[in-house]
Unconditional design. Structure first.
Length: 127
């Protein structure tokens, strides 16, 4: 009976090791997927930001030029001051919206960290 005991222990250790490796592989795959999602989100945000800045700037220049040309000679100064104030307020609102978006983004790799915490809690409860 003695010779079969070590094989049983070794088999149990082998299975435990295989389980740990499978668990680690699963977590690494989740990490990889989340990393790809974060990269795609960042790229999307940067492209949208560049397009918004470019088109917004072009629109502001054209609208300003059109208004300044259409108003009379005497009103150009006050109109330019009013438009400058309007644009400054718009910039502040856009900045606040961007800051809110960046703060509300989910924490990077949140799911991976959550799963690893669950694994640690489960392993600690088995002691």
């Amino acid at each position: 009976m003695r010779p079969t005991e070590p094989a049983g222990i070794l088999e149990s250790l082998r299975r435990a090791g295989a389980g740990v490796l499978a668990l680690a592989q699963n977590r690494l795959e989740l990490f990889s997927v989340e990393l790809q999602e974060q990269k795609a989100r960042l790229l999307k945000v940067l492209v949208l930001l560049a397009v918004t800045v470019f088109l917004g700037s072009m629109a502001l220049v054209l609208v300003t030029a059109t208004i300044v040309v259409l108003v009379g000679e005497n009103a150009r100064g006050p109109v330019l001051v009013g438009l400058s104030v309007l644009y400054a307020l718009g910039a502040v609102v856009a900045f606040l919206a961007l800051r809110k978006e960046l703060r509300s983004a989910p924490a990077p790799l949140e799911d991976t960290l959550s799963e690893i915490k669950k694994d640690c809690d489960w392993l600690n409860s088995r002691k």
